[in-house]
Every structure is written in C-alpha cells, then in structure tokens.
Design a protein around this ligand. Sequence first.
Ligand SMILES: Cc1cc2nc3c(=O)[nH]c(=O)nc-3n(C[C@H](O)[C@H](O)[C@H](O)COP(=O)(O)OP(=O)(O)OC[C@H]3O[C@@H](n4cnc5c(N)ncnc54)[C@H](O)[C@@H]3O)c2cc1C
Length: 399
Amino acid sequence: MNVSMNLSLNNTENAFAYKSNTDLNKAKWLFTVIQNPWIVALGTRLTPMLMKSGLPVNGLIRSTIFNQFVGGETLAESARVTKMLGSYGVQVILDYGVEAKEGDASFDAVTEQFIEAIEFAATQDNVPFVSVKLTGLSSMHLLERLNEAPRLRSGIHDSESDDAAWSKLKERMYAICDVAATHGIGILIDAEETWIQDPIDRLAIELMGVYNKEKVIVYNTYQLYRSDRLRFLELSHKIAAEGHFILGAKLVRGAYMEKERARAEAMGYPSPIQTDKLATDADFDAAVIFCLAHLDNIAIIVASHNEASNLKCAQMMQDKGLPNNHARIHFSQLYGMSDHISFNMASEGYQVSKYLPFGPLQDVIPYLMRRAQENSSVNGQTNRELLLIRQEIARRKAK
Ligand SMILES: Cc1cc2nc3c(=O)[nH]c(=O)nc-3n(C[C@H](O)[C@H](O)[C@H](O)COP(=O)(O)OP(=O)(O)OC[C@H]3O[C@@H](n4cnc5c(N)ncnc54)[C@H](O)[C@@H]3O)c2cc1C
C-alpha cells in the first residue's frame, strides 16, 4: 500500500513538465490578456460576430485560448492530449463541449457523440470517465417544467407531450449508460441551475439504482454552494443504502452563483446559494468528510481548483490510512487550469483527471468564453496561474 503525504502543490517543474518554453510563454500571454475584464467583455461580445463575418480569426483562437483549454475539434485530435496526460499519470474525463441546441435531431446527435466518446474512452487506458450534460439531451423548457411542477415528481404528468419528451430523455440516458456499463466507463452527470436540477437529480438517482449495483458507473454532481446540498448528499446516501447501490458523488462548489442570486432577487424567492464563501467552503469540507466516512458505498470525485480542498482530502486519506490511489477517491481539474494540483497529485500516485472538452471550434466558443470570464479577475485564479507560470519560466532560465 502506498500511504504517504509527501504532497506539495508548489513544484512547478512537475506542473508544467508537459509545456515547452514556447507553450509556457503563450500561456503567460493568454492569462495576462484574459486577466483584463474589459478585454474579456469585449472579446465575449465580438468573437461570435467576427467568426460569422468570415474574418480570419479562427487560426488565432485555435492557437491561443482553444489550445489552452480544449483537447481538439474531434476525438481523434483529443487522443494526442489524452496520451500526453497519460504519460504523466494524469487521467481524462472526456467532455463533449458543445452547448445545448434545441430539437430532437440535435439531442439524438449529441447522444451519439456521447456514445462515441465512451467507445473511444474504452480504447484508451487513462480515460475512466465521460461527462454528460442533460441540457444537451433534452429541452431546457421540459427540464424547467418538470422542475417547477411538484405534482410531476410523483411521476404523474399533466401533459402528454411532456410525458413523451421525458421518456425520450430517459431512453437517451439509458442508451448512454448501457454502453458505458458494457465498457466499464463512468458517466458524470453535470449539475446545472436550480430551476432545472430536480429532474436531473431524479434521473441520476434512478440510473444509479440500475447501473451502480456492483461497479460505480453513474455519478451525480453536488454543488456545495447551494445551502441544501449537504443534506441532499446525505439523503442520496440513505437512498443508495436502502436501494443497495453505490452512490457516485462528484463534489463541486458550483458555477452559476451570480445567475442564481440575480434570478432569486428578480423573482422574489430566497437565494438557494450560501450566504458567503466561508459557508460554501464549510459545506464542501463537510461533504468530503461525509463521503470519506462512507466509502463502503460512496465513490467520490473532488472536482476543485481549490488547493486547500485537495490538500485537506489528501490529509484525511492519510489520517485514515487510505492509499493515495484508492479506487473510490478521485480528484479532477479542468484542462488548462491548476496544473500544479493535477500533475503534483498524479506524481504522488493519487487518481487525478483533467476535464478535457472537445468539439468543433465554433461550438466550443461559449465554453471558452466562460473560462475567460472565470479567469478575468486580478484577485482570482488567474493571479495564481500567472504566478506559477512566471515561477516556472524563471526556474528554467536560472538552470
Ligand atoms: C472537474 C470539474 C467539474 C465541474 N463540474 C461542474 C458541474 O457539473 N456543475 C457546476 O455547477 N460546476 C462545475 N464545476 C465548476 C465548479 O462548480 C466551480 O465553479 C469551480 O471549480 C470553482 O470552484 P473551486 O472549488 O475550484 O474554487 P474556489 O475558488 O475555492 O471557489 C470558487 C467558488 O466558490 C463559490 N463562491 C465564491 N464566492 C462565494 C460567495 N460569496 N458565497 C457563496 N459561495 C461562493 C462559487 O461556487 C465559486 O465558483 C466543475 C469544476 C471542475 C474543476
């Protein structure tokens, strides 16, 4: 057994070993640019227009922000990045990064893409998971209606077309999970906004009851910035224990805080978000503690760029005498961010994955804009990314 806590996240040589000097300088330039909120605001507005206008911006986007955050336009292209990550002991969560488009034809095409991604994952030795967004497989309006109408939760629908559309969504998810179960690939169901989350949770639990009897195939996502989610995690565990299946729990803080608060205020209901960051952090820690205490029937993915969260989980594993590569404990960060966490943890034998989006350039633009927005603050994550990149550039120069 390999039980050690030699973990330090400060080793930039490990973190950026996969980046050439040119790559490192490009990353430094990119993070410096997107640190500026007004450039990001302008870029977010102009990029889709420039792409439609036929101006030659695609090459620039591809060689900068796309290369930093995306695996490739196709699965075949992503294979190169997947292999590179594997050579450092880093695993991959494939993420078909295309944003939701309405219509059955689109939902069926996205279902096929997920199935192709699972089949591709099965051919690689470092791709244990594929992430799935239910908003790519069904109408937002349907999810919203199902979320809003409590009577629908009993399974009795008030409209035949909703009933049929809900059945279609289920069929798509069962088709995806059947292929995943055949190949032993995990399906991570992303968490969305509160106003569409309830049907996603219900379907996730139903699927776990079917597919997680012996192995963990299906994972739901728990957003600990919601004040009700720790309780919901405990409840999910209770349902799993009673239903004799293993709970797959991906823990995140949550991505839609501003949107959630603004909607709650505009519509006059209490915000579902914790009152402050400390409360979110406390529930995130409590969720990790809860999962580690129930590893007999929970598999956990700590999906966070927060150094303290990753270190605390690693420390708890050591305190409990658990091996770094415990089969039911996984860590994950987005491709292009927090390499110091992913690569340093992987080099100490923890199971770490990068969320690796792939998809046509045009289609992944909204994903790229979100990454730029999330990094556009001098106080936040970018500062840390830039500091580490600068440190590594200086270390290489001093050699
Ligand atoms: C692999 C991976 C998968 C992900 N999947 C999903 C997903 O399915 N659904 C989803 O919603 N998000 C997802 N995310 C995004 C995630 O929810 C966070 O937005 C992001 O990771 C930042 O949180 P952190 O723990 O990394 O870092 P931190 O910097 O420690 O936390 C920032 C987060 O804290 C919370 N926060 C900040 N300020 C406050 C405040 N004043 N009050 C209350 N809370 C506050 C917010 O959630 C904010 O995003 C994923 C992230 C990763 C790395």
